[in-house]
Design a protein around this ligand. Structure first.
Ligand code: ZN
Length: 285
């Protein structure tokens, strides 16, 4: 069982409209996956208010309903109580305990794990990756094509890191595939969709989705013949409603494509089901 988990931030499901850039003209590969290989799942988690990143992601990667545990949806970077939940119980640690090789494919702009640990603000995925230091990729990995930068093409870091060459979205996908071939579980996080969702700039949202779709097109073509299972989901909606600056209450797509896709989809109804479903698949259940 090999799996690529694409975490895409801030992409929910909404009917087609002039303000929803998630449409086949803009991102055909994503829309095909949503149409044929996904089911809508809940991101509100039974807690009032608008879903937010810290609790949504912590829930997705632990199987604990963290919004319920915290009594609210928490934004941005997790605080101490939420970090505790992630540090004690996350999908990286649980797969590692099963003897599975886990990699966080997003390359950090640091020379070592120790340097990353000193960062003041840590996302849920960073907190999780630090519980399994061997999962972490650094700037050397990026330079060697053994990691993927969070913007896919590395264009945003050229002024500061000229040694990390610009790549096409297709090349980023090829790099991710090579990483996935050497691991049992490979995570790639993309959050530019959430960033542009907050901007209310429709043209920018389309541009971000187009780049991601080029990456996804290459990835899907390979995954279809490789026996790798692709799983993809979002922590909350945002970009599907460009009339609003905030996240949405919409359901998010849970995409599973490849071996065990139906079994995976059958087991998920909310973000809290994602990690347990993946672990059951790795356990052969
Ligand atoms: Zn956001």
């Amino acid at each position: 069982m090999r799996m690529i988990f694409l975490f895409i931030d801030g992409v929910g499901l909404a009917p087609a409209s002039a303000d929803n850039p998630v449409n086949p003209e803009v991102c055909p590969a994503l829309c095909r996956l949503i149409a044929a290989h996904s089911k809508p799942i809940d991101a509100c988690l039974g807690v009032d208010g608008i879903p937010q990143s810290a609790t949504g992601q912590a829930t997705m990667f632990t199987g604990v309903n963290c919004a319920a545990a915290m009594g609210k949806h928490c934004e941005g970077f997790p605080g101490p109580a939420l970090r505790d939940i992630v540090e004690q119980n996350n999908i990286f640690l649980q797969l590692d305990r099963r003897g599975k090789k886990v990699r966080f494919a997003d390359g950090y702009l640091v020379s070592s794990v120790d340097e990353l640990a000193l960062h003041r603000f840590k996302s849920v995925t960073t907190v999780m990756a630090l519980t399994l230091p061997k999962s972490i990729a650094t700037s050397d990995d990026l330079a060697a094509g053994k990691a993927v930068y969070q913007d896919l093409t590395r264009e945003t870091i050229q002024d500061r890191f000229p040694d990390i060459p610009v790549v096409s979205p297709q090349r980023a996908a090829e790099n991710l595939i090579a990483i996935a071939q050497e691991n049992d579980f490979t995570l790639f996080e993309f959050f530019q969709t959430d960033v542009c969702g907050h901007s209310m700039d429709y043209a920018r949202a389309c541009e971000v989705l187009r780049v991601y779709d080029q990456f996804l097109t290459t990835l899907v073509r390979y995954v279809a013949v490789s026996g790798i299972t692709l799983v993809m989901t979002a922590d909350h909606g945002n970009i599907e409603d460009m009339l609003s600056r905030s996240h949405t209450l919409n359901e998010v797509p849970f995409i599973a494509f490849g071996p065990k896709e139906q079994e995976l989809r059958d087991q998920v109804a909310s973000l809290a089901d994602v990690t347990p479903a993946i672990l059951r698949i790795f356990d052969g259940k």
